[in-house]
Design a protein around this ligand. Sequence first.
Ligand code: CAA
Length: 260
Amino acid sequence: MIYENILVEYQDQIAVITINRPKALNALNSVTIQELTDSFNELAGDANIRTIILTGSGEKAFVAGADIAEMSDKSPIEARHFSQLGHKLMNLIEALPQPVIAAVNGFALGGGLELAMACDIRLASTNAKFGQPEVGLGILAGFGGTQRLPRLVGSGRASELLFTTDLIDAQEAFRMGLANHVYPKEELLGQAVAMAKKISSKAPIAIQLTKSAIVKGENLDLLSGQGYEAEVFAQTFSTEDQKNGCKAFLEKRTTDYQGR
Ligand code: CAA
């Protein structure tokens, strides 16, 4: 598929999606949100792709938020629709069979932080900055920020970020658990690819079910979460990869997982 605002590249079993509107600091307008939705939907059905990396183009930004120019004249009804369009994309990322790594290469603000938070893992470059500036525009975080940020960092820290609009740097994001690792800018993508390769070498169905248990578990009490975990644990025992993986361990050798 040809896209206007994103690039999709492939490296073996890894897809790298780059949001490519550097002049607008990769702000999310409706076209970009739709293109991301289309590309993730396409990758969801591609069994050859085992891990996805999401990053931004240019020197400065991962994504500097929803596109303020496009958004500013919306009516309340249009604004609700725009928020729902964002939610649809974020929820799609969480529902994908493949893990998604956000390589946060600069500003991740507003909708940009919300997009990063919908990914499974966030890696940051030393120049990355995170924040939710929406209330400084008279609006609020509308792509899931009021819901995902408290779940990730706790309601006290989330409230501070959402109420003050203060930006935090990569080290602070790391301390909060918002970024898994921080790397020099020039190493970020290489480190993301290295992690993606490691993930891609493991059993894909087991990874997919682990992801779904983590995502589902966020919204379940412990007992219900364990109930779901037992179900998906059982499902892995109907796969060839489980047979081969356990056998290989017992025979002290490695195996290539086939995703079946
Ligand atoms: N939407 C549209 N355009 C944006 C943008 C955004 N979110 N962020 C930056 N841009 C544009 C600027 O308008 C500017 O365009 P021009 O060159 O045509 O003037 C260009 O990108 C470069 O930006 P700056 O000149 O501002 O760059 P800077 O280095 O001086 O500042 C910045 C960088 C601090 C990130 C600043 O651009 C900024 O504050 N951006 C807005 C951040 C923001 O408020 N994000 C939240 C958006 S609302 C939202 O996301 C709602 C939601 O949850 C759904």
